[in-house]
Design a protein around this ligand. Structure first.
Ligand code: ZN
Length: 152
């Protein structure tokens, strides 16, 4: 069985080849989860969004970046090393604001030419190599400031 699937925004067409309906269903489902995760920026609602891969210390970070306001939406990586999922929750399981979109400012103060990023939401400063940890520490700080969030 073969099928062609065009994403909701029409920018991508996937060819799905599978043994049966269930397999086609599954392949379309995982395609939708990642490639239709976001059709506009969660901060400024611009439709000028693009896929981007940043490589930091040999680790690849998959994200969608907004050309309008510079916000980013991150994808997590499954342990199988092949597939992605949209990151909508912090490490403690709470939903991230703006559906997971966040803005980061590059700051001038950098050591060894490493760009540092500061979240405009919290003012928390972290090195670019720590980018994947920013949300985790933010969530921890949020839990301290607002303990009742933990209960849910
Ligand atoms: Zn934006």
């Amino acid at each position: 069985m073969e099928a062609q699937y065009k994403t909701r925004d029409g920018r991508l067409i996937f060819k799905v080849d599978a043994e049966n309906q269930k397999e086609i269903f599954k392949q379309i489902a995982v395609t939708q989860e990642v490639f239709e995760a976001e059709t506009e920026c969660g901060c400024c609602h611009s439709k000028e969004i693009r896929f981007r891969v940043r490589t930091v210390d040999k680790h690849d970070f998959y994200e969608v970046a907004c050309g309008g306001c510079g916000a980013r939406f991150e994808f997590g990586q499954h342990k199988n090393g092949r597939s992605l999922f949209p990151k909508r929750r912090a490490e403690d399981g709470t939903l991230l604001p703006s559906r997971g979109w966040a803005k980061w400012e590059a700051s001038v103060a950098s050591v060894h030419n490493k760009v540092t990023y500061k979240s405009t939401q919290t003012g928390h400063v972290a090195k670019d190599s720590d980018a994947c940890l920013i949300r985790e520490s933010e969530a921890a700080q949020a839990a301290v400031r607002n303990p009742q969030r933990r209960v849910r």
